[in-house]
Design a protein around this ligand. Sequence first.
Ligand code: ZN
Length: 132
Amino acid sequence: MAIVTVQVTTDRQASLQDITERVREVVRRSGVTEGVCTVYVPHTTAGVLVNESYDPTVAADILAALDRLVPAQGPYRHPEGNSPAHIKASLVGSSQSLLVQGGDLVLGTWQGIFLAEFDGPRQRRVLVSVRP
Ligand code: ZN
């Protein structure tokens, strides 16, 4: 099974971008009816998470809480100046494993998949692999 690349353009410095439908489309096209879908973000200042997509204030609260955990001002040693983005991406993680059943993603009623951007805006790649 091929690995499919989904291109995501982020429009702000930090955002949680809902990519659920784009991942779901890859799953449907894969022809896999039961298995595992891996979503992987090959970046050091972005990640991927699963959480509530119904109420957008949840995503806003997650970003605000990460801001409190990882202050914009250091001290940090990384000379590029984007250490907070690297640290937030580490906390969120770079991959998620989702289950596939009946040819579709298994997600809870309120769950969605988000690309977590911490050093945007920019073009990001999300790799999706679906296996039986
Ligand atoms: Zn950096």
